[in-house]
Design a protein around this ligand. Structure first.
Ligand code: FAD
Length: 467
């Protein structure tokens, strides 16, 4: 049996307590290992629980309530203008985060996972130095799982100014600016834009590529772009910010299809992506290769170039998503405990929790075109869904891609209310190698939005009777 943990030795250390790290620690403990989990944050949960998925979804819920109350006017139900109490909204968000992070503390205690608050660096292939409040601590280990995640990319040309914030700053919700520029039209930028807009801020989004949410199918992005513009959110695509000067206001200069122009804002939110933390852990001391971008290379068991050191989550590559991290975590923990496992997910779904939501999984049409893959495609517009119309949300679209020979589902993209929940069926179909008949012949409850997935499959088979 491996040596037991003592003050300066742990059979298994997990570095970073985000969704990857805490999942790996708990799984390994459940398999009987003595585990030490290291993270400098006061609470467990990493980016996702503390400053990512969970606080953003709590604030998006508030935004949704405001938007729905406004939209209800068209259906004969008028409400007074919302009274916005930022303190209470922050308390709601912090309460949700607090419940989840303290729940994790309990789960760690129950499993006897030792938690060390500190920042770890490798000093050798089997030793870490940990910076703690009480000073540096040295810890030897037999095996390690690296789950140190990522942090927001900074734009080097932006001045240091408290009015220029990243996702963490925007989730703090210190105030609602009159006019905010969001640099980056990806998932995080759009979710925060939607929150601040609902709370009363004027929003402009600048995106360097040709569409917001680059990477998602353009057909499902179009209804979101339309809706954001209808709400008065200004979107500049194919446009870059070239400089910002901080004076009484923040003056931004842009270059794009309309030529060069400039404008001024009260706040700028920078959401141009996240960079992995792989180059900040002394990986070279442990003999682990780090890519120039800071990613750690791993095999299908999540082992780095050192077979006793594993890496998972944002630090090993795209997509930087919590559910990818937790699945990789289980593989790493089980492999570290000697089980025969591998990360062999056929697909990883992505979701923008915007309004409407955008969700996609598997092959996209653009990718198929780029790789020369022949696909059959079928779409079901939500204008023909009784449930969507009853909710006043006919703008949605469900689109599926099929292998033209076998009929197997290769990919799916959905826009509309709860698209993030609906995409799970498509992910299961891809994992199970289901074909259009499997989906179409599965009886979906009526009237639900889930029917739109079945209807898209029926459209592909030519058996749809409703359109
Ligand atoms: P992280 O969650 O980044 O955790 C890494 C931890 O490691 C951190 O706590 C850090 O303090 C610690 N650490 C770093 N260096 C060291 C060190 N040297 N020693 C010890 N500890 C260290 N994903 C989704 O799937 N759905 C969403 O809705 C979603 N929304 C998001 C919204 C926002 C605003 C942001 C910023 C991200 C969002 N994400 C979302 C992405 C998601 O948060 C990440 O993919 C996920 O947290 C990655 O998990 P991880 O375990 O790899 O690392």
């Amino acid at each position: 049996p491996p040596p037991a943990a003592d003050a300066d030795h742990s059979p298994l250390v997990v570095i970073g307590a985000g969704p990857g790290g805490y999942t790996a620690a708990f799984r390994a403990a459940d398999l009987g290992r003595e585990v030490t989990l290291i993270d400098p944050r006061a609470t467990l949960g990493g980016v996702c629980l503390n400053v990512g998925c969970i606080p953003s979804k709590s604030l998006l819920h508030i935004a949704k309530v405001i938007d729905e109350a406004e939209a209800a006017r068209d259906h004969g139900l008028g409400f007074a203008a919302p009274e916005i109490d930022l303190g209470k909204i922050r308390a709601f968000k912090d309460g949700v985060v607090g419940r989840l992070t303290s729940g994790l503390e309990g789960l760690a205690r129950r499993r006897k996972v030792r938690v060390i608050r500190g920042t770890a660096r490798f000093t050798g292939p089997n030793r870490l130095s940990i910076d703690t409040e009480a000073g540096p601590q040295s810890l030897g280990f037999d095996q390690a799982i690296i789950a140190v995640g990522s942090e927001p990319v900074r734009l080097p040309f932006l001045p240091e100014d408290p009015r220029i914030i990243d996702s963490t700053g925007s989730l703090a919700l210190a105030e609602v600016p009159t006019r905010m520029l969001v640099i980056g039209g990806g998932i995080i930028g759009l979710e925060m834009a939607q929150i601040y807009h609902a709370l009363g801020a004027g929003i402009e989004i600048v995106e360097a590529t040709g569409q917001i949410i680059p990477g998602a199918d353009k057909d499902v992005v179009a209804p979101l772009t339309r809706r954001l513009r209808e709400k008065g959110i200004v979107i500049h695509t194919d446009t870059r910010v070239t400089a910002v000067t901080a004076g009484a206001r923040l003056e931004a200069r842009f270059t794009g299809p309309k030529g060069d122009f400039s404008d001024s804002y009260d706040r700028i939110l920078v959401a141009v992506g996240r960079r992995p933390n792989g180059d900040r852990i002394g990986a070279e001391q442990a003999g682990i290769a780090v890519s120039p971008q800071g990613f750690l290379a791993v095999d299908t068991q999540m082992r780095t170039s050192q077979p006793h050191i594993f890496a998972i989550g944002d630090v090993v590559g795209q997509p930087m998503l919590a559910h990818k991290a937790t699945h990789e975590a289980k593989v790493a923990a089980e492999a570290a405990c000697g089980e025969t496992v591998a990360f062999e997910a056929a697909c990883i779904p992505s979701v923008a929790y915007t309004d409407p939501e955008i969700a996609w999984v598997g092959l996209t049409e653009a990718q198929a075109k780029q790789d020369g893959i022949r696909v059959g495609k079928a779409s079901f517009p939500w204008m023909a869904s009784g449930r969507a119309l009853s909710m006043g949300r006919g703008e949605g679209l469900t689109k599926l891609l099929f292998d033209p020979d076998s009929g197997r589902v290769l990919g799916g993209a959905i826009t509309g209310a709860n698209a993030g929940d609906l995409i799970a069926e498509v992910a299961l179909a891809i994992e199970m190698r289901a074909d259009a008949h499997d989906i179409a012949l599965t009886i979906h409850p009526h009237p639900t939005l889930s029917e739109t997935v079945a209807f898209a499959a029926e459209a592909h088979l030519g058996t749809l009777t409703d359109l």
